[in-house]
Design a protein around this ligand. Structure first.
Ligand SMILES: [Zn+2]
Length: 236
């Protein structure tokens, strides 16, 4: 077995690692997460606005009932006051006072009801705009989720293919070389094997000694960089 196969194995492992990292850290994942939160926020906001709208509507109904009740009282009192049943002057004066009070009260209630109706109308318009925003962003999110899923599926497929290829390739290597590779890889963050290009160790960019250079011509010798300790592979 040529030691250069270990270099190839390392290339495959690095490609696998890069793909795993891409799968975990694809920007689309972060963007989708951010949009998901934004949509949730918009939905909450919209629900809150709908609740306030319902509450205002409920208040308007209460006002209308109040108006009906007070109007009834006012009209009954007016009939009584002008009906001639009561002749006591003091009592008549009191009734008149009460009637004026009721008239003012009904006026005030009606004004409040008009204000409430106007505010409800405005709220309804705002709710419609908001609903459109929410559904627009929901659609956008669905589209992004679809894209993310497709991307992840594609990356996973490529990763599985690479992993299978790697296993088959590793099966052709001798176990003691694989073990050595594993130890070196762990020690050098996945880059335990380095090529020598123009007498420079590609792992640490330092020139190798002429003694090592000579050893590299023996295809069976395991030669380690004197500077970084990586297993050296002669290029070409
Ligand atoms: Zn080195």
């Amino acid at each position: 077995m040529g030691l250069e196969l270990l270099w190839e194995l390392q290339e495959k492992d690095l490609a696998i690692r890069a793909l795993e990292e891409e799968l975990e850290n694809t920007p689309l994942l972060e963007e989708t997460k951010a949009l998901r939160e934004e949509v949730r926020r918009l939905q909450d906001e919209h629900r809150g606005a709908e609740e306030r709208f319902k509450e205002e509507k409920r208040q308007l109904r209460a006002l209308e009932m109040d108006i009906q009740k007070k109007t009834g009282e006012r009209d009954a009192l007016r009939r009584k006051l002008y009906g001639g049943e009561v002749s006591n002057l003091k009592e008549l004066e009191q009734m008149e006072k009460k009637l004026n009070l009721l008239i003012r009260e009904v006026d005030q209630l009606e004004e409040a009801a008009i204000e409430k109706m106007e505010s409800l109308e405005k709220m309804e318009q705002e709710l419609a705009v908001q609903a459109e925003q929410v559904s627009g962003q929901e659609e956008h999110l669905q589209e992004m989720e679809r894209r993310l899923e497709a991307l992840q599926a594609e990356l996973r497929e490529r990763l599985e293919a690479l992993q299978e290829e790697r296993e088959q390739f590793a099966g052709r290597l001798e176990p003691q070389y694989l073990e050595r590779y594993r130890i070196l890889s762990q020690k050098h963050q996945g880059r335990g094997v380095a090529r020598v290009v123009d007498d420079i160790c590609e792992g640490c960019r330092v020139f190798i000694s002429s003694k090592l250079k000579g050893q590299l011509y023996n295809p069976k010798a395991m030669v380690y960089c004197e500077n970084c300790g990586r297993l050296l592979i002669r290029q070409g």
